[in-house]
Design a protein around this ligand. Structure first.
Ligand SMILES: Nc1ncnc2c1ncn2[C@@H]1O[C@H](COP(=O)(O)OP(=O)(O)OP(=O)(O)O)[C@@H](O)[C@H]1O
Ligand SMILES: [Mg+2]
Length: 247
């Protein structure tokens, strides 16, 4: 079976350090796939390669049957790969609504092309719905730079969803969130439609095991294990890697 995303034999080197060494990864349509591993394992680097911001020295990335290896992040986003970063990336002087509108506009196709302001109206409508979904309606008019960390994180996820992605790359979405916010995030991710596949990098293993269908474990740039959450949870190899490697 072919996957929505197929990364094959990906190698990224920084000088003598192999951040990734011949890594394979496959994510199917609608799948929830988690990528875990100790600090420095190569998780963010792999998301960068899939998102198009890092060009690997070796290896291929195929999305929806196409070789996207030479495409930049914007072209991949148009094709349906969106991401949130390890540190929330929002436009601080724009309001929460405006941030989502800016993210939505490139992917909005008006039903009637001649309708003046049609694209903007659709984008604002989509932004309103996403703010509701994220529990951010109360801060719709607040500049993103004034939002608390947890709210900025939710806003960034809303911005990624505004592009109607088929694959959402999430780099440590729970980092820095309170227990209540993590619960809200988990519920929101759990209820996302299966039209969106998720590739989740996360150190919170409770979240990983609750949300994912499959898990890949990286260590020192290599694939250490891959399997179902149950297989990974009980793997002595994985336990040892975490005991040795997590900061
Ligand atoms: N631009 C860079 N230049 C040099 N080394 C880098 C660069 N980016 C990443 N690295 C190194 O590559 C390795 C993998 O880094 P990466 O950020 O992918 O790890 P990670 O698994 O995301 O870790 P963490 O859990 O701490 O976020 C690390 O040793 C890191 O120091
Ligand atoms: Mg990282």
């Amino acid at each position: 079976m072919t996957g929505l995303l197929e990364a094959h034999c990906v190698t990224v080197r920084y000088g003598s350090l192999a951040a990734l060494d011949s890594v394979d990864l496959c994510v199917h349509d609608g799948q929830r796939h988690a990528l875990i591993g100790p600090n420095g394992a190569g998780k963010t680097t792999l998301l960068n390669v899939i998102g198009g911001s890092t060009r690997p020295q070796r290896g291929t990335v195929r999305f929806d049957g196409r070789d996207v290896g030479r495409w930049g992040p914007a072209a991949r986003a148009r094709q349906g790969i969106n991401r949130i970063h390890q540190r929330p990336a929002v436009f601080p002087t724009l309001t929460a609504t405006e941030n989502i509108v800016v993210a939505a506009l490139p992917r909005v196709i008006p039903r009637r092309r001649w309708w003046p302001g049609g694209r903007r109206r659709i984008a604002y409508h989509r932004a309103g719905a996403l703010l509701d979904q994220m529990g951010l309606a109360d801060v719709a008019a607040v500049p993103a730079g004034h939002l608390a960390h947890g709210q900025r994180r939710q806003l960034e996820i809303a911005m990624a969803l505004a592009g109607r992605p088929r694959l959402l790359l999430l780099d440590e979405p729970a980092a820095g969130l309170s227990a209540v916010e993590v619960g809200r995030l988990a519920e929101m991710l759990r209820t996302l439609p299966r039209a969106v596949a998720l590739l989740l990098v996360e150190h919170r293993l409770d979240l990983v095991y609750a949300l994912s269908d499959t898990v890949t474990v990286l260590r020192d740039g290599r694939t250490l294990a891959a399997g179902t959450p149950d297989e990974i949870r009980t793997s002595p190899l994985v336990r040892r890697a975490y005991a040795d490697g997590v900061a």
